[in-house]
Design a protein around this ligand. Structure first.
Ligand code: CO
Length: 134
């Protein structure tokens, strides 16, 4: 798939407010969106840093995807998200290219975005997301 660029970096954190304050203080981050998504087990903040974007993810519990990630690997980089024009078309192209896609179909991500994830084993250890803003 031809990605238009890196849409955001996802970072797993233990304390969302503390992490947010760190990104504001160190890098001049500004809050773009906030959401608690019970279905995904996260509290999240989208930050703009200049033209870039960082998504901070705090798990709602230990038995959630981000909670398990934190327990196993500790806080830090969780995923890289690439902007694409059409997530459904991107999924088909990724599948054709032999990538192990986690989502068979686009799903509602954070902040109203359409997203799908690609297994880290297909991307040299990096959980990767494709996202369209439409
Ligand atoms: Co993301």
């Amino acid at each position: 798939v031809q990605a238009s660029g890196i849409h955001h970096l996802g970072v797993a954190v233990e304390d969302l407010e503390e992490a947010l304050a760190t990104y504001e203080r160190l890098f001049g981050a500004e809050v773009e969106h906030r959401a608690t998504v019970d279905g995904q087990g996260v509290r999240a903040v989208s930050l703009r840093i200049g033209e870039g974007r960082v998504e901070l993810l705090e798990p709602l519990g230990e038995d959630t995807p981000v909670g398990r990630f934190l327990a196993k690997r500790g806080p830090g980089m969780h995923h890289v998200a690439y902007g694409v024009a059409d997530v459904r078309a991107a999924l088909a192209e990724l599948t054709d290219a032999g990538a192990d896609v986690i989502d068979e179909a686009p799903r509602e991500g954070l902040f109203g975005l359409q997203v799908a994830f690609v297994h880290p084993d297909s991307v040299h250890g990096v959980l990767s997301e494709v996202v369209s803003a439409g």
